[in-house]
Design a protein around this ligand. Structure first.
Ligand SMILES: [Zn+2]
Length: 375
């Protein structure tokens, strides 16, 4: 099956009342694992990459990896989507490369030199988003916009700081820009360190936004679940524990081997301890699957999953390297990483409700989508 547009995938998901996972990739094994899961469960799919990931894979490499995947798995309707396009030019580059969908993230000013990019005004966001929409739709390519800024809600103050999406503004934004999908800020957050405790996802807000713009599929970013078993498992590869033996002698148990430390050398002991423990993943929580499902019941159609895939890959690789240190053929650890992604994606497809939906519709070509936009 040729690549289809995000618009078609999400409009069909809206009809069927389910969500579609958008999985970030940057190498061959990830693409293969994700496609295998979608094929087996007969699910539509969104493959996405940030511009930096596109550059990492190599622009042409990513294009042809996706071509190989669509030829190998011809029954999977799939959109190739740019995640967080920072400006018009980079969206344009990806469209020229054959992406069927781009996100223009006009919510932040990516031209700023600051590490934490400042928010852009509503007017500036509308202007750059409309520019990308007008350009993309000429080619039948879909566009996702973003309104509000992502981040966890811990209290009233942080809720204001992260600027949750305002439903009235969402309505105006969609009208003025013509975007095909809208990423909303409702308390989800990017990365592995989302929340210290059970997160607050503002489902009421999703509901209100959906009522205002019922024909625009909503997108949940930062929606990895960061399963605790996984972070704990990953931590065991970094250090197991510190403890004391029967005689009170302190030791550090590193990968099942006890390293004794002389009690008198307490500074050295602390140093060693810091050295190992500082590298651990801190206690963290992601977005529970139930919150995502509640979102899906209220108009969320695209769910972005990146961190879970990263954790899966790294844990699978470390597991091989630590348990079988004699292995040095990359296939020995990359194969398990592909398998890990495949299992993770299968779970997400089942949870989001997109299983069994791939044969519901025939793909519309970009040419045909172009005509749809011309009307
Ligand atoms: Zn995002």
């Amino acid at each position: 099956m040729p690549l289809v547009t995000l618009k078609q995938i999400l409009d069909e998901a809206a009809k069927g009342g389910y969500g579609v996972g958008a999985f970030n990739v940057n190498n061959m094994e990830q693409i293969q694992g994700i496609f295998k899961a979608a094929q087996e469960l007969e699910s539509p799919l969104i493959i996405q990459a940030s511009f930096n990931a596109v550059k990492y894979a190599g622009l042409e490499f990513l294009k042809y990896l996706m071509k190989a995947a669509t030829e190998t798995y011809p029954d999977v309707p799939v959109a190739l989507h740019l995640d967080h396009g920072p400006d018009f030019d980079r969206c344009k580059t990806c469209i020229e490369l054959g992406f069927t969908s781009v996100m223009i993230d006009g919510s932040l000013d990516y031209s700023s030199k600051e590490k934490k990019k400042p928010a852009r005004s509503f007017e500036d966001n509308v202007a750059v988003t409309k520019q990308v929409v007008d350009y993309s739709h000429q080619f039948g390519v879909s566009v996702e916009g973003e309104l509000g800024t992502l981040g966890g809600i811990e209290d009233e103050a942080s809720a204001q700081k992260v600027m949750l999406t305002d439903p009235e503004q969402a309505n105006a934004f969609v009208e003025q820009t013509g975007v095909d999908a809208l990423a909303v800020a409702i308390g989800t957050s990017h990365g592995a360190y989302k929340f210290k405790e059970k997160p607050i996802i503002d489902i009421e807000r999703v509901k209100t936004i959906h009522e205002k713009i019922p024909n625009t599929p909503l997108v949940m970013h930062g929606s990895s679940s960061v399963p605790m078993e996984l972070t704990e498992k990953l931590n065991t590869f970094i250090v197991v524990s510190k403890g004391k033996d029967d005689e009170g002698g302190p030791y550090i148990d590193f990968l099942g081997k006890k390293y004794y430390i002389d009690q008198d050398y307490s500074i050295a002991r602390d140093m060693v301890y810091d050295l190992f423990f500082k590298n651990r993943l801190k206690k963290t929580m992601g977005v529970p699957i139930e919150s995502i499902q509640m979102g899906i019941r209220n108009g969320v159609r695209k769910i972005n999953v990146d961190t879970d895939g990263r954790l899966m890959v790294t844990t699978a690789i470390l597991e091989v390297l630590y348990s079988q240190p004699e292995k040095f053929d990359p296939r020995d650890y990359l194969e398990p990483s592909r398998e890990a992604i495949y299992n993770m994606v299968k779970g997400k497809i089942l949870a989001f409700g997109s299983a069994g939906r791939s044969k519901d519709y025939k793909p519309k070509s970009l040419k045909r989508m172009k005509k749809v936009y011309e009307k």
